[in-house]
Ligand binder design. Structure first.
Ligand SMILES: C[S@@+](CC[C@H](N)C(=O)[O-])C[C@H]1O[C@@H](n2cnc3c(N)ncnc32)[C@H](O)[C@@H]1O
Length: 215
């Protein structure tokens, strides 16, 4: 795994190139379609990156009154996100963390918790702690909306997964610390009701999308 320092080093340097990750597009479109964002009132995003998803949601999909809070460990990403959500500054904000899963938000105040292509670079312990945090900040009935790299489901996507794993084993830095995981495995049955969980293959790369209702 990459340490927090290595993650910061990678994503501070990677910056805007994150938005060119073509294989993420199909999974993120699915997450937007299934996450009922047209009814969202208060969104929290962990590992918000450049704020591309946030600005898309705020500009075209969520109600005009919807609030947004993004957090990220990389100062470069936080600066890019602040720029991207700048025109919604009276209701959208973003801050830098030190890597901890704790989010500066009261219990049961958000109705959407998003994290795309982040759990696949966290340790298992951090991923579980993040999902507990998502459970704490979400209102009952609120939606957890996740996407990540996952295991292949077809010949091509299995080959891609094998190659990706090889690169990861060789040097996690090459692939930004991300490795294929099974998102659903992290969700506890007494906390979440999974309503949508497809594997979407785009350009041979398999991604898992999870939409789960907070119990
Ligand atoms: C692969 S990028 C995904 C960015 C964005 N969610 C997207 O889908 O384009 C991973 C992001 O998670 C952030 N990140 C990684 N570990 C983190 C942590 N422990 N706490 C907060 N942000 C983290 C990185 O800085 C980076 O912006």
């Amino acid at each position: 795994m990459l340490s927090y320092c290595e993650v910061i080093k990678f994503y501070d340097a990677f910056g805007k190139r994150q938005d060119k990750q073509f294989y993420e597009k199909a999974a993120i479109n699915d997450l937007i379609e299934q996450g009922q964002f047209d009814e969202a009132k208060n969104i929290i995003e962990f590992g918000c990156g450049t704020g591309k998803l946030a600005s898309r949601l705020l500009a075209c999909i969520t109600p005009d009154s919807c609030h947004y809070l993004g957090v990220d460990i990389s100062q470069t990403m936080v600066s890019l996100c602040r720029k991207n959500i700048g025109s919604f500054s009276e209701r959208a904000t973003c801050y830098k963390t030190e890597g901890e899963s704790r989010i500066d938000a009261p219990d049961q105040t958000a109705d959407r918790f998003i994290s795309t292509y982040v759990l696949d670079l966290l340790t298992e312990e951090d991923a579980i702690s993040l999902l507990n945090e998502a459970h704490r900040v979400l209102l009952p009935g609120g939606y957890l909306c996740l996407a990540s790299l996952t295991h292949g489901i077809s010949f091509v996507s299995r080959i891609v997964e094998i190659l990706w794993r090889r690169l990861y084993q060789l040097k996690p830095f090459i692939v930004g610390g991300c490795r294929p995981i099974n998102l659903k495995k992290y969700l506890q049955n007494d906390q979440w009701h999974v309503v949508h969980d497809p594997v979407i293959v785009s350009y041979g790369v398999p991604s898992e999308v999870v939409i789960a209702k907070r119990l």
